[in-house]
Design a binder for this molecule. Sequence first.
Ligand code: PGA
Length: 252
Amino acid sequence: MTHNPRPLVAGNWKMHGVRESLGEVSEICAAVAGGGAGEAEVVICPPATLLMAAAQICAGTPVTLGGQYCHTQPSGPFTGDISAEMLKDAGASYVIVGHSERRFGHNESNASVREEAAAAFRAGLTAIVCVGETRAEREAGHALSVVGSQLAGSVPKALSLESLVIAYEPVWAIGTGLTPTPQDIAEMHRFIRGRINEQLLGQADKIRILYGGSVKPGNAEEVMGVEDVDGALVGGASLTAKDFMAIAGVYR
Ligand code: PGA
């Protein structure tokens, strides 16, 4: 299948960052505006507390922002939660849903991830839907079937294709310094594109499939050079402009 979507490099800051960290956002914006990411789109997903301030910094630059989770409802009695509409209002255009730290740490099921993605579309956000197997699942030879059922359960049926990004993040590679082999990444991304193609009636060439899990400046070129990898979802290495831009700079 031929495909040529615009690459995407997204930084997931997780629960890191206070106002002082906004200097990194400014540096990233300046670097991207100066051509440091080539044709790639660059998205920063800071903690929600920094979104509005980051939006002011990113205004007028090519860098866009995302949230890290959204509730399924637009508003209501849900203490501590945040809605897709609120993220949009604060300046986000993306939201990560179904990250393994939410699936495991907050017991999010495929069904709830699917509703969160649908909430993102309702609010006009692009959803980055995360999938990925655990180490035990890979060792048992179940990686493809686990990811297949996550895709079937977590991707809403009614969607606009521009509003969907898939991130393959093997749980055992997140924050560990471990990464799958390029062959394993290629196999999984090909599989994901095939499955999405079945689910979305042959449109999967328009969808970006990111790899995430211990992407660093030292391995970015190899990982992002794998067939069917349309960019990266970067955790730890997205916290400094220097490392994040070294990764996004692969597309220069
Ligand atoms: P990592 O995290 O790059 O620190 O491994 C990736 C992620 O969890 O999205």
